[in-house]
Design a protein around this ligand. Structure first.
Ligand SMILES: NC(=O)c1ccc[n+]([C@@H]2O[C@H](COP(=O)([O-])OP(=O)(O)OC[C@H]3O[C@@H](n4cnc5c(N)ncnc54)[C@H](OP(=O)(O)O)[C@@H]3O)[C@@H](O)[C@H]2O)c1
Length: 321
């Protein structure tokens, strides 16, 4: 496993981390906590030092599983990046838009409350990174979410402040880095071989200001492992029923066919490994956080770190898409 500093002010982290959404046990079909705990332990055994989670994943359950692992093995050099703003504490059925009852709440008071709940749930003294959980732009144009991060930092409740940029708003929200680069230590971005909008405006700004970049959805929900085709179907309780619908799969299969020459260069590596290497090859990006449910997936994903970055001349041209 290779390690790198997450931006100019961030902690040192493994270049492959662990995305802990699916192990929360909601929105990804059935999960088994014993498998999830094994996957988390396996990640740490393979040198992972960054775990990305959110209070809302499994409505606290993802953080609780991480807390168990910390209690067993100690916190040591582990960096936990969590998120707040998807308020499941005060939401009811009418707020359910497919991910359970959740409201977007980015008031200063609520964010401080949510951070304190995550500290308690994780059993830590402070949150290593607290990320605003992909708010709409109108919420981010208010002062309160930024005041909350400032206050939490001042009070020592968070060590680093982050923003998880909303999917497909990478360009629209990029100007926020101009305004808040003194406060923002990290951003989290949806980025993978088939979704590269962030390269246009957002990544140059992250580089300019030395803001660390955490890459999410690096395997496009598992699609970039090569295991799905147009016949793949997902259960009702799996968000991929919508996000990898037969129509979307057909579109992605057409796009990924153009990447064949890149995969063919590395016959000894799996599609997942080449796809993950792509994500950490852009100079702005330090760590990819593939989600994983089993230790076999963890092992395969972690090995991608040691294969290192992909040389610039092998990266598919942006206009190929
Ligand atoms: N707004 C936000 O802030 C936001 C949004 C989305 C995600 N995230 C974060 O980003 C993390 C990563 O994104 P993601 O989990 O949505 O997508 P992803 O990492 O692209 O895909 C993860 C899924 O792919 C499958 N998989 C992983 N490794 C595999 C392997 N080696 N071989 C075969 N299948 C494999 C697993 O599902 P199956 O085994 O069921 O196929 C796994 O749950 C999340 O866990 C979360 O921490 C944040």
């Amino acid at each position: 496993m290779k390690y790198v500093r997450l931006g100019k002010r961030g902690p040192k982290v493994s270049t492959i981390g662990f995305g802990a959404w699916a192990i929360g046990g909601m929105n990804w079909g059935k999960t088994d906590d014993r498998d999830s705990l094994r996957a988390l332990h396996s990640a740490l055994d393979h040198g992972v030092t960054l775990i990305d989670t959110a209070d809302v994943y499994g409505f606290g359950h993802s953080e609780e599983l991480i807390a168990k692992v910390i209690a067993e093995r100690g916190k040591n050099n582990l960096v936990i990046a969590t998120k707040a703003g998807n308020d499941f504490y005060n939401a009811d059925e009418k707020d359910d838009q497919g991910y359970g009852p959740i409201k977007q709440t980015y008031s200063k008071e609520y964010l401080i409350f949510a951070a304190e709940q995550s500290i308690r749930r994780l059993g830590v003294e402070a949150l290593d990174i607290l990320q605003l959980h992909s708010p709409d732009l109108d919420k981010l144009e208010q002062e309160e979410p930024w005041q909350a991060l400032e206050q939490l930092k001042r009070d020592g409740k968070i060590l680093h402040a982050g923003l998880s940029i909303q999917s497909f708003k990478e360009t629209e929200q990029a100007h926020l880095l101009d305004t808040h680069h003194d406060l923002l230590d990290t951003i989290q971005v949806r980025y993978n071989l088939l979704e590269r909008q962030a390269e246009k405006v957002l990544f140059p700004k992250a580089l300019q200001y030395g803001i660390g970049v955490i890459v999410r959805i690096p395997l496009l929900f598992g699609f970039l492992t090569g295991k799905f085709n147009t016949d793949s179907r997902f259960t009702e309780d799996d968000h991929r029923k919508m996000n990898l619908s037969p129509e979307k799969l057909e579109h992605y299969l057409g796009q990924v066919a153009k990447m064949r020459p890149l995969f063919d260069r590395y016959p000894q590596q799996t599609m997942a490994q080449v796809s993950l290497r792509f994500c950490i090859s852009h100079p702005a990006c330090q760590v990819a956080i593939p989600g994983a449910k089993t230790n076999k997936q963890v092992e395969e994903n972690c090995a991608a770190s040691d294969f290192g970055t992909i040389p610039e001349h092998e990266i598919p041209a942006l206009d190929l898409m």
